[in-house]
Ligand binder design. Sequence first.
Ligand SMILES: NC(=O)c1ccc[n+]([C@@H]2O[C@H](COP(=O)([O-])OP(=O)(O)OC[C@H]3O[C@@H](n4cnc5c(N)ncnc54)[C@H](OP(=O)(O)O)[C@@H]3O)[C@@H](O)[C@H]2O)c1
Length: 314
Amino acid sequence: MEKSRVLVVGGTGYIGRRIVRASLAEGHPTLVLMRPEIGLDIDKLQMLLSFKAQGARLVEASLEDHAALVAAVAQADVVISASAMSGVHLHSHNLSLQHQLVEAIKEAGNVKRFIPSEFGMDPSKMGHALEPGRITFDEKMELRRAIEEANIPHTYVSANCFAGYFCPNLCQMGTLLPPKEKVLIYGDGNVKVIFCDEDDVATYTVKSVDDPRALNKTIYLRPPENILTQNDVISKWENLSGNVLEKIHIPIDEFLASMKDTNFANQVVVGHFYHIFYEGCLTNFEIGDDGAEATLLYPEVQYTRMGEYMKKYL
Ligand SMILES: NC(=O)c1ccc[n+]([C@@H]2O[C@H](COP(=O)([O-])OP(=O)(O)OC[C@H]3O[C@@H](n4cnc5c(N)ncnc54)[C@H](OP(=O)(O)O)[C@@H]3O)[C@@H](O)[C@H]2O)c1
């Protein structure tokens, strides 16, 4: 079967650059949106040029320029958006940008699959989420409604916890590095959480784009060996590093109270951590008929285990 032409929007971002690489690796003709707003960002430009050298085609268009965006979208069969839609500071601005992409896809009329920028918790399961962090899920749901009202064929990707943000830091907030002396544990630390290597997130995402089993469904990434509790992650790290950490358990009330009088960004993060590590929102539901699990769909992918992932941090 001929591989579809994939346009990546947000292709220089943290997950977007991996999606570009995965799309090329899977043999898709790959287009990457190059925004004129790049200005003097030499690193972004160098990255785009490296994609070009690897076989991608750069397509110039601004998300603010409807006609150019329609022309860009018209060249692709699949659009994957990896924009930082719910950037805590820019959320309203970024949200409108994703809606502009939906408008362009609607007008172009040729797109067979749209993957919006989700890649986290399933927002449809987060209707009860705490303020103010719920904004992330509300915005993603608003975009879903626009996609579905426009009858755009889509796949939603629920990628759970990106390993780099959650695993080597042993699930600590405010750092990406492993703690050296003590570790804060959410409650008893026994809630099941799901971690995913970011390159694997990109691979599973790209695998789904031509797959009829993923059409108008949510693909959940649940690599069985990466479904771990915080205690599991800590003990994996202690075994790797040989360093036994002091453990400090934080009761739920104390954790939630830590939100008070802090800035908006911190309140968002505390809310998300509460849902993941106390409530267990990543694993407390079964996947229904409107979803499918990625490692079952694509068993050929050799996903990275968290012990392996953390070795880089030794
Ligand atoms: N599951 C998790 O643990 C986790 C962690 C982090 C993020 N995520 C999710 O993953 C998705 C992507 O996040 P990310 O961290 O990869 O994003 P990112 O690196 O911060 O940004 C991605 C891209 O968004 C575009 N962008 C950002 N601000 C923009 C603006 N004001 N105007 C136009 N374009 C803008 C840029 O695209 P260009 O390349 O065109 O410049 C940028 O490269 C989001 O939906 C986020 O919620 C999930």
